[in-house]
Design a protein around this ligand. Structure first.
Ligand code: OXD
Ligand code: MN
Length: 590
């Protein structure tokens, strides 16, 4: 059996020894995050077929990984939150009693690392030395995970230093197990600050700093400590008049957060400057000045490849041109990569994401719809100078968006923090390929956190309301919907760079300017107050995009109360109060 290497922190050392005696690895490697280590692990991954080198002239430092075909997305039905009672996890989570979860997973971990190396990966979520930051240590038997964690977090010696001799770190245990979906579990123990994952090598299931720590565990920690962990991008916007704003946006997976976070102003809006702070997760805290401050806990992007091209996201294309790990994209004969929606035509003789010759006539996709790139954030041309500010950036506006063909207008504004919390709490979206299951089905996704909130949604809404009470200058809250279609299913709004036109109105509202009319659901832009000059929209598009149809909303209020009732008395009065307001306004009844 492997001997435990020298680890200064006694708590980490004891835990590593305990895991080693359970999992029985052949060797133990403690990661330091150095370039030499990256090169060594990469060479090993190539030698063992875990990574395929790409064309090093065209894509320097880039590699392709093909995952097991049954392991290509987050598996929400196999993801559990394990506080002492089911009520604490809430109906929004799968729950296992902590002891039962430990027993079940211990059996799967027993001897699981025989013949494998165990990597000990210390990491920081958040900028080093920020009061926002949290340290984790992931133990994994996947070299792919270790290499991805190096990109997605501040990994290695920097984290070991930050931890010092403290016992305050999230214990993240990961084993590929046998990759069988029947023996795949991702369990979170918020009370003991632990994550146990087995049976998957896929991003959100295996890179435990991301969804598991920075959202599920962090949301529960945030409730205890007075902050919020959210599934949000963070974007800096400087207007031509020099005013700088920061906004966040919560959107479900694969609904364009990365594109919005890296937005490039359209040619019609010269003089605007957009800066990326984060594309997936925001940690938010009330600041001493009564504003809400955000940091991005991650250090890289784990973005969806299909649909990414220089028109939809030119900054991403540059970010992923070097030192990037691609997962489940197609491989071209010249050693470059391809996916549906790529700039270039595919080369003949391409291999699909499983490594089989691609046959366009088969109707199958060349890249998996949830294929991904893992790229360091500093490679992004639009990365903000403020992205590692320890105190974070002050947020002027927060957006809640979803993929909705009907009912929900292009944009509307909440009347208050409480109303905005209600708009977030009532978010629902058509499902995407980011999780296993059917695509395009409408499901409720409060704050885009349905898969990621580590405790009862009712208590979470209450925590949101509490945070609002601590803010003398809260951000304004908006709902947006880039995905509304007309009766023939055509998108009414061009999206991408032109979303900046909507952001322009939002920023005006933040300054008490911009024209809005009161409606049953909130404040809607007056037609003409969003600048659409130069756009070739379908006739009547703006009218349809800004319409509020009481009959459609009548249907919504019934669905909302049915949903909230599932949470019993956990739903705070403020949310019911907002619901009652909506009912009154939609039905016209006093
Ligand atoms: C992600 C997701 O990977 O939301 O960011 O699935
Ligand atoms: Mn996400």
């Amino acid at each position: 059996m492997a001997t435990t290497p020298a680890i200064d922190n006694a708590h980490v050392r004891a835990w590593v020894a305990e895991v080693a005696s359970l999992c029985e690895p052949d060797a133990i490697v403690v990661c330091d995050g150095s370039e030499q280590e990256r090169d060594r692990l990469t060479a090993l991954a190539v030698a063992t077929g875990v990574l395929i080198p790409l064309n090093q002239e065209k894509l320097p430092g880039c590699y392709l990984h093909r995952s097991d075909p049954s392991d290509v997305a987050r598996t929400e039905h196999l993801t559990f939150v394990c506080p002492p009672t089911a009520d604490q996890a809430g109906p929004n989570n799968n729950w296992l009693a902590p002891d039962a979860a430990r027993e079940k997973l211990s059996a799967l971990y027993r001897g699981a690392m025989r013949g494998r190396t165990m990597y000990v990966v210390p990491f920081i979520m958040g900028p080093a030395n920020s009061p926002f930051s949290k340290v984790g240590v992931e133990i994994t038997d996947s070299v792919y995970v270790a290499l991805n964690m190096r990109i997605m977090t501040r990994m290695g010696a920097i984290a070991t230093r930050q931890l010092g001799d403290s016992n305050d770190f999230t214990r993240c245990l990961h084993s590929l197990g046998d990759l069988s979906p029947d023996r795949r579990f991702i369990c979170h123990f918020p009370d003991s600050n632990e994550i146990w994952s087995v049976g998957s090598g896929y991003g959100g299931n295996a890179l435990l700093g991301k969804k598991c720590l920075a959202l599920r565990i962090a949301s529960a920690l945030g409730r205890k400590e007075g902050w919020l962990a959210e599934h949000m991008l963070i974007l800096g916007i400087t207007r031509p008049d020099g005013h700088k704003f920061y906004i966040t946006g919560a959107f479900p997976s694969a609904c364009g957060k990365t594109n919005l976070a890296m937005l490039q102003p359209p040619a019609s809006m010269p003089g605007w400057k957009l800066e990326t702070i984060g594309d997936d997760i925001a940690w938010l805290r009330p600041g001493p000045d009564g504003r809400l401050y955000a940091v991005n806990p991650e250090a890289g992007f784990f973005g969806v490849a299909p649909g990414t091209n220089s028109k939809t996201n030119g900054n991403a294309m540059i970010s992923i041109a070097r030192d990037t790990i691609y997962t489940n994209v197609a491989l071209q004969p010249d050693g470059t990569v391809w996916w549906e929606g790529h700039d270039d035509e595919p080369q003949p003789g391409m291999l699909d994401w499983r490594g089989r010759p691609f046959d366009a006539a088969s109707g199958e996709k060349a890249a998996h719809p949830n294929s991904r790139f893992t790229a360091p954030a500093y490679q992004c041309p639009s990365i903000s100078v403020d992205w590692e500010k320890p105190e974070g950036v002050p947020i002027a506006a927060m957006l809640f968006g979803a993929r909705r063909q009907r009912r929900v207008p292009l944009v509307y504004e909440a009347e208050s923090w409480e109303h905005g919390t209600f708009l977030g709490a009532t978010l629902s979206s058509e499902t995407t390929a980011a999780a296993t299951g059917k695509v395009g089905v409408l499901r409720r996704d409060p704050m885009a956190m349905q898969p990621f909130c580590g405790y009862n949604f009712g208590d979470y809404f209450d925590h949101w309301l509490d945070i609002g009470k601590q803010l003398s200058h809260p951000p304004k809250i908006f709902r947006v919907n880039w995905f509304r279609t007309d009766s023939q299913g055509r998108f009414l709004w061009p999206g991408f760079g032109d979303n900046l036109r909507v952001l322009q109105w939002i920023l005006q509202r933040c300054e008490g300017k911009g024209e809005a009319r009161e409606t049953a659901i909130g404040l809607i832009p007056v037609e003409g107050s969003i600048d659409v000059s130069g756009l070739s929209l379908l006739p009547d598009a703006m009218k349809q995009l800004l319409a509020v149809d009481p009959a459609e909303w009548y249907e919504a209020i019934g669905l909302q109360s049915e949903y909230f009732e599932k949470f019993g008395d956990h739903i705070p009065g403020g949310i019911w109060h907002q619901h009652a307001n909506l009912v009154r306004r939609v039905t016209g009844l006093a």
